[in-house]
Design a protein around this ligand. Structure first.
Ligand SMILES: Nc1ncnc2c1ncn2[C@@H]1O[C@H](COP(=O)(O)OP(=O)(O)O)[C@@H](O)[C@H]1O
Ligand SMILES: [Mg+2]
Length: 422
């Protein structure tokens, strides 16, 4: 008993990929929108959930699942982040597997075996419809991958129309990999779009919905895909939390777990400022603050928080591995970008060119800047927005860059067209 009373309160914060938070702050609007999509099949389209790393796409996806299931939708899907390389065949097989694990156990296939002899009425055996049934259909359907996939989905739909199932949702997380990791001359993203667009045109009592979750790099990829039509999707762009929601994300987990600790007003303000409302950073900083408090209380000290050391740890754990993906030259380029006032938001090639002329001996040309931006996009550090501007693909990266020691004088002595590899 006394041991329990003395045990430190459990830490209610969970930084990490897809870690379900104790309290999901904000995102009510997104959940309501999704609910109306699954309720009214005339509005039901397909859905894209996009936003920067750590903004809460994966955990929102997990919240959407029970909403759909309550409304008689089946839900299947996968995380595509492990897919080292994606081919059209592989994604087709993925869908058939996902579909058949869900649908197959619901149906049995009746086989009548006629024994020799005139009087025999035939013996009826029942077996579950299985992956093989769907896969056989896939293989024997003539045509291209999308024709085959359409045949399988049409058959599944025919079966499901006999039930009260409203439809099937295919939810794929980290969907930017569909094109980023596509094998040369393979278009798995196009296949997916083509197949779901087809079923959107041919609606029935039972429908299919595609839910793609991914980094904002997904967007330009969709536009490049052969069959993409913007009308196919409803897009949810997840942003950082606003002040009230961010505050709730900090305070509620402590209240809900009935912790004896409370963050002071000042601490909450500092967490708000340092996380800038990004869910991952909130979880990370809060977890550290909480741990630091417990450690200090054990030593009987007055809890105070050294935010600087927490930020240093965040730099080490989160930013450094991403930052080091860039070459020295690319890092210098990003240092120049980070000096822009709007570097936390969207900026244009023109603006980069402009500021580089001030900072460097010889500034970047627009084409050179575009070239480096493209290289950085491939490394997941920048992305091109829908409006044609550019943004850092890692939240608060520009703040991290400003924290790095760098010598503008050294930069000034460089030419923009130095011969370092991009
Ligand atoms: N709405 C939210 N409220 C509180 N914490 C959240 C919220 N959304 C995400 N988080 C936390 O942020 C972190 C990142 O979430 P995740 O869903 O993995 O982001 P993403 O998939 O966008 O990279 C996790 O630790 C999660 O618990
Ligand atoms: Mg995720």
């Amino acid at each position: 008993m006394s041991d329990l009373a003395n045990a430190p309160p459990p830490n209610p914060f969970r930084p990490g990929n897809g870690q379900k938070p104790v309290y999901l702050a904000g995102r009510d609007k997104e959940q309501q929108q999704f609910e109306s999509m699954v309720l009214d099949s005339t509005v039901a389209q397909n859905l894209i959930v996009t936003g920067l790393r750590g903004v809460g796409k994966t955990v929102l996806l997990e919240e959407l699942k029970p909403i759909a299931q309550r409304r008689d939708w089946l839900w299947t899907g996968n995380d595509l982040s492990e897919s080292a390389s994606l081919t059209e065949d592989r994604i087709a097989r993925r869908i058939v597997v996902d579909l058949s694990t869900l649908v197959a156990p619901m149906f049995v296939r009746k086989n009548t075996i006629h024994k020799p002899g005139f009087t025999a009425t035939g013996e009826v055996t029942e077996t579950n419809v299985g992956f093989d049934d769907f896969w056989n259909l896939y293989e024997k359907t003539p045509g291209l991958v999308d024709d085959k996939l359409k045949a399988v989905l049409t058959e599944a739909r025919r079966l499901l129309e006999q039930t009260n199932v409203r439809g099937v949702i295919f939810a794929y997380d980290e969907a930017q990999n569909l094109s980023d990791h596509a094998v040369a001359k393979e278009y798995p993203l196009s296949i997916l779009l083509d197949v779901f667009a087809y079923f959107q045109r041919h609606r029935s009592k039972c429908n299919f919905m595609l839910v793609l979750t991914g980094l904002p790099t997904l967007y330009p990829k969709l536009n490049e895909a052969r069959t993409y039509s913007e009308r196919m999707f409803h897009t949810m762009y997840l942003n950082r939390l606003d002040q009230d929601d961010a505050r709730a994300a900090i305070v509620k987990p402590i209240e809900l777990t009935k912790s004896t600790l409370r963050f002071s007003k000042e601490t909450i303000e500092r967490i708000l400022k340092n996380s800038n409302g990004y869910p991952y950073f909130i979880q990370f900083i809060c977890k550290e603050v909480f741990d630091a408090w417990i450690a200090k209380m054990t030593y009987g000290e007055v809890p105070s928080v050294n935010m600087q050391s927490i930020v240093a740890k965040l730099d080490q754990d989160f930013f450094s591995p991403r930052w080091s993906r860039a070459t020295d030259r690319q890092q210098d380029f990003m240092k120049v970008v980070a000096t822009l006032e709007n570097s936390d938001e969207e900026f244009s090639v023109q603006e980069i060119v402009g500021v580089s002329r001030v900072l460097l001996k010889k500034g970047f040309t627009p084409s050179h800047a575009t070239q480096i931006l493209q290289a950085l996009a491939e490394k997941g550090l920048m992305y091109k927005s829908r409006r044609g501007g550019y943004c850092f693909a890692v939240p608060l990266l520009s703040r991290f860059i400003k924290r790095q020691v760098w010598n503008p004088e050294a930069l000034k002595n460089q030419n923009s067209d130095g011969d370092d590899a991009l």
